[in-house]
Ligand binder design. Structure first.
Ligand code: ME8
Length: 654
């Protein structure tokens, strides 16, 4: 019995809104790795959760007129439903509002305070509420948050400070001596320069709102939400009271996080642990972002892709597969419906689905669906068998080292190899020749045995697919009891009665108006689209009773300067003009009802203001990707809002 342990975590997500496909990405990757390690016989702790405190959540709940607890309870239940639908099997879900976590956070704070590393002073500086981050003036960019670009607020309040600067040298030494601590390497370099540029002591309490865990020595303060949230990784490991659990699980093996929160995980978190004299996690892996239209998907931009709608439309495994295969682990990747459909058709329907279908159809035809005993083998058969056996161990070492894409690529290489083997050995030709019956038996055995191994290898990534293949193979042992050792070639029992079923991945028809290329645009005409350009959040939609919106609401609207490159009338529509515009990061078309006020030639070269993140629509059959701004009087006079030629296209209007 393998006694190795593997503790992997995702970030605990803010219940500021429903989750989108970006959150699903981290969680599906962590789930697959956790499932793989379980399959490899390790004892696994896979933790996710929800980060429920802080000013952002308190404000949202207030705007909705409900208590924060009531608000988070409802949203967190949608997190759990989503994980269930995506077949994410976590071992623990930490809610920061749980008593066990409350205790862990207060203990951490108290211990560091007693050590003399926390002191009281006054904080005066900037705060980004969406990111829940403190900023010194010099780090701001154009007066805004350098991380999310949104406005920051000036705060001045009595606070407790954590002497993180004291630990900078020790942290740098740890990073240097443990190359696996921060991965991938590019992020390590970024973090090292950040630490070297000088660390300010961290403000770890707030007094201007209540929604948080009270500072144990001073109940007027609540503990800073990141200090609170990071501690969840210890809560799940039994801190502070369950010593046996802590000894078993701490330190964590992998904290999987998005690149934007690496600073918290590779600077603040290890320093908290150093101050507690606890070992540091072995690896913090900062993956890239899933982009939509080459822009970061974010709730506030309203360009989020709802995984629930995608599951309704495509099923779970195409989404899990797309996320893990299409996005290069560690780098940014683009989400596009078209790419999702193409991946599903090529890799799942064609390569994997066909291998199963063809093999079992031939087995039905030549052996009544019953697995034969392998008999005569040629060099090619032996070479094929060799390429199948041993893959399990190879994948295990790739996955232990977090080489996710390579591992999946290896499985699909095997699938490709098996399809080629069918063509090379042409069972239909062997079947015609009485003397080749022994070879035919070998070929068919090898194919079904390869399918059995493929089912085992894909199950951690695509649990439903693995189960569907397993069911068609008719193997009596339970799939869930199989382990890595069972991927050895030759364990399939002859005489197994297979049960060929329907294709496991029917091809998905690519609609004619499915957006082309890598850039995802929502299919404007599609009856049902999984890409929601409207923020789904009850909170985000919240508008106060006096009709006022918050600055966050305003920033959902991405207003930019655009240069008009071409303009022409729309056939059959005397009010419409079709404009080709440059919005800074590319060209796009918009259709505007201004033909009665402007001649096309008057517009070319003008710099206008457009709403860039408006849901595309078709007007008289013409795609319009944005809307221009114009002022109009009640008697119908209209004038475009424009700026001088000095403003480059793409400049943000705010
Ligand atoms: O930051 N692409 O929570 P959060 C890839 N509560 N991953 C994405 C993504 C995208 N477009 N958008 C989100 C928080 N993610 C804190 C974490 S942990 C102690 C506290 C994923 O709800 C990615 O993992 O803003 C990212 O780091 C995380 O969701 C941010 O989730």
């Amino acid at each position: 019995m393998n006694t190795e342990r593997f503790y992997i975590s995702t970030p605990i997500y803010y219940p500021s809104d429903r989750l989108h496909i970006g959150h699903a990405y981290t969680t599906v990757v962590a789930d697959s790795l956790a499932r793989w390690h379980k399959f490899a016989g390790r004892k696994v702790l896979f933790v996710t959760g929800s980060d429920e405190h802080g000013q952002k959540i308190e404000r949202i709940a207030k705007a909705k007129g409900v208590q924060p607890q009531e608000y988070v309870d409802a949203i967190v239940s949608t997190f759990k439903q989503l994980w269930k639908r995506l077949n994410v099997e976590y071992d623990d879900f930490v809610r920061t509002t749980e008593p066990r976590h409350h205790k862990a956070v207060q203990t951490v704070f108290q211990k560091i305070y007693e050590k003399g590393d926390i002191y009281k002073s006054t904080y005066k500086g900037w705060y980004c509420t969406p990111c829940e981050t403190f900023w010194v003036e010099t780090k701001l960019q154009d007066g805004n948050c350098p991380d999310c670009g949104r406005p920051v607020e000036l705060v001045e309040e009595e606070s407790y400070f954590f002497k993180i600067s004291k630990y900078a040298d020790r942290l740098l030494k740890h990073i240097e001596e443990n190359p696996d601590f921060i991965r991938p390497e590019s992020r390590r370099n970024e973090m090292v320069s950040f630490v070297k540029s000088g660390l300010e002591d961290l403000c770890v309490s707030r007094t201007t709102f209540d929604w948080g865990i009270p500072v144990p020595i001073d109940e007027r303060h609540v503990i800073y939400v990141w200090f609170d949230a990071l501690t969840n990784y210890l809560t799940a490991a039994g801190y502070p009271d369950d010593h046996a659990r802590l000894a078993e699980w701490w330190p964590a093996d992998v904290h999987l996080v998005g690149k934007e929160i690496m600073r918290f995980h590779t600077i603040i978190w290890p320093i908290i642990l150093m101050a507690l004299d606890l070992p540091l996690p072995k690896t913090v892996f900062g993956h890239g972002w899933l982009l939509f239209d080459n822009d970061k998907m974010s709730k506030s931009k309203g360009n989020v892709v709802d995984p629930n709608l995608l599951i309704d439309e495509f099923g779970v495994d195409p989404i899990r597969y797309f996320l893990m295969r299409e996005v290069s682990f560690g780098q940014d990747g683009n989400f596009s419906r078209r790419a999702l459909i193409e991946r599903t058709n090529a890799d799942l329907a064609n390569d994997l689905g066909n291998l199963l279908n063809r093999s079992l159809a031939m087995l039905n035809k030549y052996f009544n669906g019953v697995v034969p005993e392998p008999k005569d083998a040629t060099d090619l058969d032996r070479e094929f068998v060799q390429s199948v056996g041993g893959l399990g161990a190879e994948l295990d070492s790739l996955l232990k080292d977090l080489h996710l894409n390579e591992a999946l690529a290896k499985i699909w290489q095997l699938i490709g190899r098996a399809n080629k083997y069918i063509d090379q050995r042409a069972p239909w030709a062997l079947a015609k020749d009485e003397a080749s019956q022994g070879e035919l038996a070998t070929v068919m055995y090898n194919l079904v045995e390869t399918l059995r191994i493929v089912a085992l290898l894909v199950t951690p990534f695509l649990p439903e697919t693995g189960a569907k293949i397993w069911a068609q193979l008719g193997i009596s042992e339970s799939l869930t009891e199989q382990t890595l050792a069972d991927t050895e070639f030759g364990r399939l029992k002859p005489a197994t009665v297979t049960k060929k079923g329907d294709p496991i991945f029917p091809r998905i028809e690519l609609k004619v108006d499915e957006p082309e290329g890598e850039e995802a645009q929502p299919a404007a005409e599609a009856k049902k689209t999984a890409v929601s350009q409207a923020p789904a959040a009850p909170a985000a939609e919240a508008q106060s009773e006096d009709g006022l919106i918050t600055i966050d609401d305003f920033f959902k609207c991405e207003l930019v300067v655009a240069e008009v490159l071409e303009a022409e009338p729309v056939k059959g529509a005397d009010r419409l003009l079709k404009l080709q515009i440059d919005v800074g990061d590319g060209r796009r078309q918009i259709v505007a009802g201004i033909a009665k006020h402007y001649k096309p030639e008057e517009l070319v070269g003008r710099r206008i203001i457009v709403v860039k993140n408006l849901k595309p629509a078709k007007l008289r059959g013409e795609l319009s990707q944005g809307m221009l701004l114009a002022a109009s009087t009640p008697d119908g006079k209209l004038e475009l809002v424009s700026v001088s030629a000095n403003m480059p296209a793409g400049s943000r209007v705010k």
